[in-house]
Structures are given as C-alpha cells and as structure tokens.
Design a protein. Sequence first.
Length: 457
Amino acid sequence: MSYSTMTYFRFIRKIKIPTALALFGALLTLQACAPNKIYRDTYSVCYASATQSCDKQAISIHNQGTDGDFQLGFVEYDDQGQLRDRKQMQTVLDHYYPIAGQDDVILTVFVHGWHHSAAPGDGNVESFKEMLKQISLREAQSSKQDGRPKRRVLGVYVGWRGDTITAPVIQHSTFWGRKAVAHEVGLQGVSEVLLRLEEIVNVKAAIEQENPKPLNSRMVVIGHSFGGAVVYTSLQQILADRYIDSRKSKNYQGNAQGFGDLVVLMNPAFEAMRFATLFDIGQSCTEVGAPCRNYSPDQLPRLAVLTSEADAATRYAFPMGRFWVTPFKTHNTLNRLIDTSQNAKAIEVNEYSADNKTIGHFAPFWTHTLEKLPNENVRSDAFNYRSLGNRWAQLDYGSTLELEEVALTHLDRSHPRNPYLNIYVSEELIDGHNDIWGEEVQHFLQDLIIIATTPER
C-alpha cells in the first residue's frame, strides 16, 4: 500500500460518521451539478439530416423540401437572466428577419421548465422539433385549401438552467431555487428577446406600407412549468397594457390584443394571485346583474393556461413550499364579478388561497375544462382548417367545442370569447407535470394555434 493511500485511510478513520456522511453528500452533489454553460455556440447555419445532428448550432434547418420543413433557433440565458452570448440572439434574429420580410411565417417560441435545458438530446428540444414539424404539416394542408402560399415555420427554443443538480431524488430539492431563477430570467432578459422576435412577424408590414396586403405572419409563445413562469413574468404587464390599449374610445372597444397572436402556458408554476389583475380585466364587469363586456365574434384567444388535474408538482409541492412564505404576508378576501349567461355574478377570491395555489389549481379562476372524448372525431384529409375559427366564434355560455380527441367545455364563468382561458385538463390527456407532449393534447394545441393564427382571406 502506498504512503498516500495509508494517509487517506488514517484521515477517514479520524472522521466521525455524521461528518463523513456530510462530506459524502457534498461530494455526490458536486459530482451531480448540472452544467452551467452555453450549449449552442456555433453560429453557422446547419442543415439537419440523418448524419448531421446540428447539436452545437444556434440555427438549424430541418426536413428541407418536404411539407414538414421548419427552422429552429436557440437563445440561452444564465441564472441572472442575462444572455449567455448576445451574438447568439443576434444570429437568430439576423437569420429570421430576411425570411419574414419576404415570406409570411408562423413563429413559435418555446420556453422549457424544470429539469430541462438547451442541451443536445434534451427531451423538450426533441419534442419541440416534432411539434414544429406537425405545425408545418398542418399549415401545408391549410394553405392548399386556401389556395395561398404556405407560410414558413420558424421556431425559437429559449434555454436556461432548469436544474442545478442532476442526481435522482436530490434534484427535486431544486424546486424553489429554480422558481426564483425562472422569475429572474423572465424579469431580466426574456422580455427583450420576445419583443425582438415579435418585430419579426411585423417586419413585412413595414416593408409593404406603400402597397399594403393582408398580414399573415403570426407568433405563438409557449411556456411549460417554470418556463410558464418565465413567460408570464416577462409578459404580464405587456398583456395588461395591450388589453387597455385596445379600447379605442370611451364608447367603443376593439378586439382585445395580446402578445404576438397567442401565449400558451402548460402546467405553469406560479401563484394564482399573479393572474388576478388579468382575470379582472378580462371579465370587465361593473355590478351584479349588469352585462359585462361583449366581445365580438372575431375576438380570438390571446392567453391559454392548461393545467392537468394530475400535476402533483403544481398541485401539492407548490403549496407546501408557499406555506413557509405566505404566513408573513397579509391577505384579504376580495369580492369580484364574473360574466355568466345571467349577467354579472359575485364571487369571493381568498387571497391567501390564491397566493398558495398555482393559477391552474385555483378553481375561482377556471374558465374551461378539457376532457378526452369517449369516441374520437376522425379528421380526414379534406378537413377545412378555416372552420375551426368559425366554430370558436359560435361558442356560447356553457357550450362545448368538440375537436379531434378532446372536448373544450365553457364553464359559464366568463364571456365565451374572453381572450384569457384558464383550462383545467383531465389526467387522461396530461398525466402529470411533464406529460405535455401526448398526441391528444398536442393536437388540441395545434388546433388552438390554427384558431389564433388563421390568415385573413
């Protein structure tokens, strides 16, 4: 036995068992630390293929020459909400601007949540690629029906450090640390990139000012889990501002505007109290028994929150963590009005409960349920995608919109075309916190995107 080895064992014998366990735990934690680095640091365009994975590129082109073609860009942030490399963001913008200036586009942004990142092979990265492919395939069919050029499908994956520890079991202790970082990322940096990306879908309007044409470029932003917190934190004030700004005068209200064309939050992990102001704005009621704001038939959804009843992370873990924070704050019971088929109705909103529960598990804010149909509606190749918008416009209080595999039921707790949807989802469709990529719920998302992004005739 070598001298160094004997010295090591003498050292171990002198350490007490609790200390040794602590040192072992610290060593295990250090070895299981998630990488704190940029993943997509090559800024040349990559053409993905069976032999070319494009794992390091910030811009990649997929399925070129097929109906399912799309392009994908990456923008990454550190724990302080700062861009890891501004050149990365600028590369994506510089690549997409000329495309959107020439052609109509559907730009879809995805912000991942807990336990994920922009790493090559990450499950969210691969699932987002498949989602973009399916959006492109549906756009190809819709454009053929309308007799118009197919819009280019562009994607942006917003990456941040969704975990600090990768070891099983131990990594669940990062829940609250990552929640704080998610809000920091949303407050500090993501608003900038989202606003710059929104400029992309509007660039054609500036180019064609002298010869205006229908503007068919559209933008959708999706956030999952803490990614939903990132998105909502960055856009909350913008959404409120644009809703108020849509009031053209004291005697007329135009359609409520949102950010881009649609924001979708999947199993978002933030307090229901953060949504309270938008909830009140969307109802726009003044007194019990009086009618509330009458949205026009062509008012489109602007924000859709989907939360699974089986999401244990946001249903149980979230309130347990908030339990140690909320006792140090004061709370009241608010009297609020909701829009029903019998005009405005009074409800109570308990601030303590709303401050402990996530937006998706706070029943007073629910507007819809989403359930699996017992018998699926088969969608043929001849399905008219434009009809989805017409069916949305015909929704009434308490009515149900049946799609392919799901039924969206209005709960008679808001105007049928209130632009802010808070949907409670059956566990048959989303079975847990991370189960957001199932076929049925993805088809629903694609239909919702079609409703919000169908071009003008």
